[in-house]
Design a protein around this ligand. Structure first.
Ligand SMILES: Nc1ncnc2c1ncn2[C@@H]1O[C@H](COP(=O)(O)OP(=O)(O)OP(=O)(O)O)[C@@H](O)[C@H]1O
Ligand SMILES: [Mg+2]
Length: 260
């Protein structure tokens, strides 16, 4: 039975897509069958993994024209799969909202036929995830994983909302859901990184949640940034580089936390 993990932070640019795609790719290389579901109108995970020319997509599930999730093998690895997104998901969110709360289980139902096919399923979400699409992701998930951008002092702004949303969903809709933790992203050896990490620890200690912070930090790497020309999972583009080693270490901690 697969484990489903929503990558969630109520903050744009924190590294959700980067984390979903690179962690999934790294696990695929280690022999785990892994699926990335792109549930973001921006289609960044889709572009990151394969390109944009797909039909059907997850949008066909949300608009109820398809009852089973479409799944495509990635061009990078036999163990890595993608459910692509397409534009218009934000509009569908509005339509689902109008149709009512029953729409929260659309994704979970559509995933039924793939549950036994994968070890790990990642759902990449948009920055404003407290939406019908967001509820769909969390109700279909076992875990939430939150990347936090420490490159700048605003990285923690989304965190109170993250914890609030998790508490709401676990108490009202899915009490199997667990917060797997927080991955510090874009880490550098400088004052602002340390400052954000200290603030995060202070904030989390109020609820005894300091241990939620992953020991493995994702380094700031130009290769993962906007200016990079060929943005694809780093484990494939530079298998022997620092980035691949960084994600391999992260994936080991990820597996350990899932097993705990
Ligand atoms: N560790 C890193 N080092 C350098 N650049 C990074 C790193 N992680 C992410 N980036 C870059 O930061 C930007 C935001 O990352 P990403 O798109 O993964 O964030 P996101 O949370 O998915 O954003 P959105 O909320 O818009 O979906 C991207 O240009 C990405 O390439
Ligand atoms: Mg994204």
């Amino acid at each position: 039975m697969s484990k489903t993990i929503t990558i969630y932070n109520n903050k744009g640019g924190s590294g959700k897509t980067m984390l979903a795609v690179n962690l999934a790719a790294c696990l695929a290389v280690q022999g785990y069958r892994t699926l990335v579901i792109d549930s973001d109108d921006q289609c960044n995970a889709t572009a990151y993994m394969n390109g944009l020319d797909f039909s059907p997509t997850v949008a066909d599930v949300y608009n109820l024209s398809l009852s089973e999730l479409p799944v495509y093998k990635s061009e990078y690895h036999d163990n890595l799969f993608l459910t692509p997104a397409s534009g218009g998901l934000d509009l569908m969110d509005r339509q689902m909202f109008c149709r009512g709360e029953g729409e929260y289980l659309t994704l979970k139902r559509a995933m039924k036929h793939v549950r036994n096919d994968f070890d790990y399923i990642f759902i990449d979400t948009p920055p404003t995830s407290r939406s019908v699409l967001g509820y769909n992701a969390l109700l279909a998930s076992d875990y939430i994983l939150t990347p936090v951008d420490v490159d700048g002092l605003g990285g923690l702004f989304g965190l109170p909302k993250v914890l609030e949303f998790i508490n709401e969903v676990t108490s009202l809709h899915n009490n199997n859901l667990r917060w797997l933790g927080m991955v510090l992203n874009k880490c550098q050896n400088n004052w602002s990184t340390n400052e954000v990490i200290n603030q995060a620890k202070d904030f989390l200690s109020q609820d005894n949640l300091e241990k939620s912070i992953f020991k493995t930090q994702v380094k700031y790497m130009n290769r993962l940034g906007n200016s990079s020309i060929n943005k694809n999972p780093i484990i494939f583009s530079e298998p022997n580089g620092i980035g691949a080693a960084n994600f391999t270490q992260l994936s080991k901690e990820f597996i350990k936390r899932i097993k705990q």
